[in-house]
Unconditional design. Structure first.
Length: 389
C-alpha cells in the first residue's frame, strides 16, 4: 500500500483532535494512501514525548523549521495558534509539502494572500480544516439545497455562541490577544459560520459589523491556562484584552440573499452552540451542532395540514455521507468524526491529484470577509467584499 509521511506541529486541543483522526481514519475508511504518523513537533520536550507516545507519532522535534526541512515528510499538519500559520504554511508550501491547516486561516488578508499564492504556485494540496463542513447533517443540508428543496435562498441566520470567558477572572490566553488570534470570536467562531455560509448559500459581497469587548483587562495566564480552561496559576498582573468578546455581522450574498452572523463567548449556557437557519422560497433548513446528527427541514409544498419542521436523522449508510464507514443507523457520531472526514478527503485529493475544499482560497476569502468586518465595526460603515477576479 502506498504511504505518505505526516508531521504535525502542535500538541494541544487541535493537535489531539488531528492526531486522533490521522490514527483512526485508516482503521475505518479504505484509504488509497495510508498516512504514516512520522513526526510530532511541540515546544515543551517532556509534553511532546508524552503526546507522541499517546498518539503513536514515531519521532519528535522541537524546532518546526527542521520539520519543514525534513525530506522524509510529505504532509505538514499545522495545528498551532493562528499567528504561526502564515510563516509555517509559506515555508511548507515552498518545500513542496501538502498542507492540512487549522482555522482561522491567518491574522490578515496580506498573510492569507501569500499563503494561498505560495500553495498554488507549489502545486500542493492545501486544505483549511473547517471541520463542520464534514458533519453528515451539514452535507445533507448542501444536498437538499442542490436538489432544490429550499428553492431561492432569502436568508442565512448563523450563531456561534460559547461561554468560557464570562468570568472576568478567566486569564488572558492567546485567544484574547490580537497579535496571536487576529480577533476574538469574530475570527475564531465567525470563521466557521462564514465558511458554512459560503459553502451553503454562496459568496459574500458586503459586510456590516459591530464588535465589542466587555472585559477590557484580565489576569495574565498561569500554569495550565488554555482554551476552555482557566488553569491553576495565581496571576497578580493584569493584561489588556485586545480582541472583541462578541461580534454581530450583516452580509449581502452575491445571489441576493442576506444574512446575519452572531459570535460570542459571553452567552451563558451556550457551550459550543454552532447554529444556522436557511430560509428559501420552497423551504427551510435548521442545524444545531449540539444535536449534530440531526437536520430540521420544512417544506412549503407539504399538505398544509401536515406542515411543520421534520427532523431527519442523518445516520443512514449510503444516504448520508461518511456514515457507511462508522456505525449502524442511529448509533450517532460526534465532533471528532468530522476531523476524520477531513483527513480521508484530504488524502483522497492527494491520491487523485484533485483539490479539496475548503482550500487556502476559501481561507483567503474568510479573512478578507472577517477583516472587512473589523473595518466596518471601526468605521461604522458597510464594507464591500466582492472577490477580485
Ligand atoms: C474555541 O472557541 C474553539 O475551540 C474553536 O477554536 C474551534 O474552532 C471550535 O470548533 C470550538 O471552539
Amino acid at each position: 500500500m502506498k504511504t505518505l509521511n505526516v508531521a504535525i506541529i502542535g500538541t494541544k486541543f487541535m493537535g489531539k483532535a488531528h492526531s486522533n483522526a490521522w490514527l483512526n481514519s485508516p482503521r475505518f475508511f479504505d484509504m488509497g494512501i495510508k498516512p504514516v504518523m512520522k513526526l510530532a513537533c511541540g515546544q515543551n520536550e517532556e509534553e511532546l514525548k508524552a503526546f507522541a507516545e499517546t498518539w503513536g507519532w514515531e519521532e519528535t522535534e522541537t524546532d518546526w523549521k527542521k520539520v519543514i526541512e525534513n525530506d522524509d515528510i510529505d504532509i505538514v499538519d499545522i495545528s498551532v495558534p493562528t499567528y504561526l500559520h502564515h510563516e509555517m504554511a509559506v515555508a511548507a508550501a515552498k518545500a513542496g509539502k501538502h498542507i492540512f491547516c487549522e482555522k482561522p486561516f491567518a491574522l490578515t488578508t496580506a498573510e492569507a494572500k501569500e499563503m494561498y499564492e505560495e500553495a498554488e504556485k507549489a502545486g500542493i494540496v492545501h486544505y483549511l480544516n473547517h471541520n463542520y463542513r464534514r458533519a453528515p447533517a451539514v452535507r445533507l443540508a448542501k444536498k437538499l439545497i442542490e436538489e432544490d428543496f429550499v428553492g431561492r435562498i432569502f436568508h442565512w441566520r448563523g450563531a456561534y455562541l460559547q461561554d468560557w470567558i464570562v468570568d472576568p477572572e478567566f486569564p488572558l490566553t492567546w485567544h484574547l490577544r490580537a497579535d496571536r488570534a487576529g480577533a476574538g470570536p469574530h475570527y475564531d467562531l465567525n470563521s466557521h459560520s462564514v465558511d458554512l455560509a459560503r459553502y451553503l448559500v454562496g459568496e459574500i459581497n458586503s459586510i456590516s459589523a459591530l464588535t465589542t469587548t466587555f472585559i477590557k483587562e484580565r489576569p495574565l495566564p498561569g500554569a495550565g491556562a488554555a482554551t476552555f480552561s482557566a488553569g491553576s496559576g495565581e496571576a497578580t498582573e493584569m493584561g489588556e484584552v485586545t480582541v472583541d468578546d462578541a461580534s454581530f455581522m450583516l452580509a449581502e450574498f452575491e445571489n441576493g440573499a442576506i444574512g446575519s452572523f452572531e459570535a460570542s463567548r459571553f452567552a451563558p449556557g451556550r457551550k459550543n452552540f454552532n447554529y444556522f437557519e436557511i430560509y428559501g422560497s420552497k423551504g427551510s433548513i435548521v442545524f444545531n451542532l449540539e444535536r449534530m446528527n440531526e437536520l430540521q427541514l420544512f417544506q412549503r409544498d407539504d399538505p398544509a395540514f401536515a406542515q411543520g419542521f421534520r427532523t431527519i436523522l442523518a445516520t443512514e449508510a449510503g444516504e448520508h455521507d461518511y456514515i457507511a464507514n462508522w456505525w449502524p443507523p442511529g448509533h450517532m457520531i460526534g465532533y471528532e468524526h468530522e476531523f476524520h472526514h477531513g483527513v480521508v478527503d484530504f488524502m483522497e485529493a492527494i491520491e487523485k491529484g484533485t483539490k479539496i475544499e475548503p482550500s487556502f482560497y476559501d481561507g483567503l476569502r474568510e479573512i478578507e470577509i472577517l477583516e472587512a468586518g473589523l473595518q466596518s465595526s471601526a468605521k461604522g460603515e458597510k464594507v464591500d467584499t466582492t472577490p477580485s477576479k
